[in-house]
Design a binder for this molecule. Structure first.
Ligand code: ASP
Length: 444
């Protein structure tokens, strides 16, 4: 059995957290490959080491003093070293980092040092081998991750290492310079490592006990989801439920390796299992409820639209030409609606309006802003009658008007648009209907 365990920034923010992490790792010898983030926040208004490093980079580029901000970074690591009683000196590392910052080694280089140094300390504390991610994770010159090459290199290298720490978040280009994933990218590194060693499990240790059924800011005391499929998680994540970097699913998914979200501060909690597919029924009819504000819709009407071949394509071409991605597209016989992210759309709105006029000559073209989308997600909804009906009734009971409905043919989700001002109330109404008062709670 091989487990890859990734620990997030809050799990490794201090010496005390390092000790919890080491206990977790030593408790199970299958935890052989460890992927750390950089030290995160120790308390609410603390600064993550990655952000301190970006500040060092900005100072160096602006020709300002780097020693001040770099000393703050060093303080964080020295606190960990002394708290753990480690016989490790970072003198040489900090000398090199300072020099490289001054010689403009790049923004990614600066940011990556957070994971690099944390990886070195964690490896020393655990007695594991340290493998620099720059040697095993490849990006091309356009900073795109090189999947196949990395997989080969990593698999070959890790064959020779029984127990190793591989820092998250970064890799290198062919010329040796450093590139990073986007923020939160250590989750991706963990997934890549899990695939390379064909792990049985990818554990992702963080500061929550798993994926929650709904946003705890809206629903207090909501429950942790026990098992969720990759597809369900994608749907919920798209709607703002964030536990994992969204690209972290793909490497393990291609090998059918499950992800277990765990809480470093409550290791006894089972957390959430994210799996390819499962026979396990969700506890409730819906697996999760999520939503997001900030959408706008473009409503287009034209008599005999349905007879005009290529109408949708011409409309969508306008969005493509303006580099806008379309989120949903419900349609009627003579109407179609395109839902977009308002923040992206508003910069291009006049170009889109004139483009649509030129392309399809609509009778009516109206914009509506300030929309929120809600998603009810669950594999249990498939072939179950009355789910949509219950959702609409729950919203109607609260006097909430539905602006749009969209259900994919997979029956995995139902998407409902409402005015932003009803967002929280709508989530609560759906939660009440499908979780609190679920008349047929399903038991695992
Ligand atoms: N340290 C990086 C960040 O703060 C990457 C990570 O934590 O995954 O985004």
């Amino acid at each position: 059995m091989i487990t890859v365990a990734k620990f997030g920034g809050s799990s490794l923010a201090s010496a005390e957290q390092f000790k919890k992490v080491a206990d977790i790792i030593h408790e199970d010898p299958s935890r052989r490959y460890i992927v750390p983030s950089a030290p995160g926040r120790r308390f609410d208004d603390d600064t993550k080491v990655t952000d301190l490093l970006y500040a060092c980079y900005n100072a160096a580029e602006a020709g300002q003093d780097v020693d001040g901000p770099l000393a703050l970074v060093r303080e964080r690591y020295e606190e960990i070293i002394s708290g753990l009683g480690l016989a490790v000196s970072l003198d040489e590392d900090f000398k090199t980092i300072r020099q490289n910052l001054l010689s403009h080694a790049g923004r990614s280089y600066a940011a990556s040092r957070g994971e690099y140094l944390n990886g070195k300390l964690l490896a020393a504390f655990l007695g594991f081998e340290f493998i620099d991610a720059a040697d095993v994770i490849r990006f091309n010159d356009a900073d795109e991750f090189e999947d196949d090459r990395t997989n080969l290199m990593l698999a070959k290298r890790l064959k020779d290492a029984d127990y190793a720490v591989i820092p998250g978040f970064y890799g290198s280009r062919d010329d040796g310079s450093i590139a990073t994933f986007s923020r939160g990218g250590s989750d991706i590194t963990g997934s890549i490592v899990a695939r390379a060693v064909t792990a049985d499990m990818y554990e992702n240790w963080t500061d929550v006990s798993g994926v929650l059924i709904a946003d705890p800011h809206i629903i207090k005391d909501t429950e942790v989801i026990d098992t969720i499929t990759y597809k369900e998680l994608r749907e919920l994540a798209y709607m703002g439920a964030s536990v994992l970097h969204e690209d972290a699913i793909f490497p393990v998914r291609s090998e059918g390796i499950p992800i277990n979200i765990r809480n470093t501060n409550h290791p006894q909690d089972k957390g959430t299992m994210i799996v390819e597919s499962t026979c396990k029924r969700a506890k409730y009819l819906v697996t999760g409820i999520a939503g997001k504000k900030g959408f706008a819709s473009i409503n287009i009407e034209k008599d005999r639209m349905n007879e005009e071949i290529g109408f949708c394509r011409k409309v969508l071409q306008v969005f493509e030409d303006n580099k806008l991605s379309m989120e949903h597209m419900p349609s009627g016989i003579d109407t179609m609606t395109v839902v977009v992210h308002q923040s992206e759309f508003q910069h291009r709105e006049q170009q889109v309006i004139s483009g649509i006029h030129r392309a399809v000559h609509p009778d009516v073209l109206e914009l509506e802003s300030g929309l929120a989308l809600l998603a009810i997600v669950g594999r249990g909804m498939q072939d179950t009658r009355g789910v949509a009906g219950r959702a609409f009734t729950a919203l109607a009971r609260k006097n909430i008007n539905i602006k749009m409905i969209d259900q994919g043919s997979s029956e995995l989700n139902i998407i409902i648009a409402v005015k932003e001002k009803y967002f929280e109330e709508a989530i609560k109404a759906l939660y009440e209907e499908f979780v609190t008062n679920c008349p047929h709670p399903r038991v695992d």
